[in-house]
Design a protein around this ligand. Structure first.
Ligand code: CA2
Length: 148
């Protein structure tokens, strides 16, 4: 089983500023949480990040036929990108949305998620541990779907 973990703009800057919102750990720690969570379940893992909307659309499309599921933190594109929503719908792979911060307790503009409309579940406000929760939920979902 292969899980693709996609991270959007500025997540590569984690730990540099706003530790009160995003914590003190950096992007390599984020990658390690996702990789460990996949390894613990015997799944292959690719963690990938881009600051560019079109590149994220290309990456989602590339998952078609090559990955079993997607964990995605579209970052700021969460709240703006119909293109990312459409790409998730186009590949029709099970996808779980994750946000480090509790977006629902922040500014009103962060409370709309386009990507989330194509996801089976959202985890928000659990810090980097949210990536572990997302990976576990996704793998459980894929395994249950395979049994049916
Ligand atoms: O909470 C999340 O995971 C977010 O997806 C993070 C995004 C934000 O735009 C979303 O509303 C919620 C921001 C990504 C990281 O931004 C940084 C800002 C300052 C310092 C380092 C990273």
């Amino acid at each position: 089983m292969k899980i693709l973990v996609i991270n959007g703009p500025n997540l590569n800057m984690l730990g540099v500023r706003e530790p009160d919102i995003y914590g003190r750990e950096d992007y390599s720690a984020l990658c390690a949480v996702a990789e460990r969570a996949c390894a613990a379940r015997g799944a292959e893992c690719e963690v990938w990040q881009s600051n560019h909307e079109g590149d994220i659309v290309d990456k989602i499309q590339s998952a078609y036929g090559t990955a079993d599921g997607i964990v995605i933190n579209p970052a700021a594109y969460t709240h703006t990108s119909v293109a990312i929503l459409d790409a998730l719908k186009a590949v029709a792979l099970p996808a779980v949305e994750i946000h480090i911060s509790d977006v629902n307790a922040r500014e009103p503009f962060r409370q709309l998620s386009y990507a989330g409309m194509a996801c089976i579940k959202t985890f928000a406000g659990f810090g980097l541990d949210g990536y572990r929760l997302a990976v576990d939920y996704l793998i459980d979902y894929i395994k249950e779907s395979e049994e049916k």
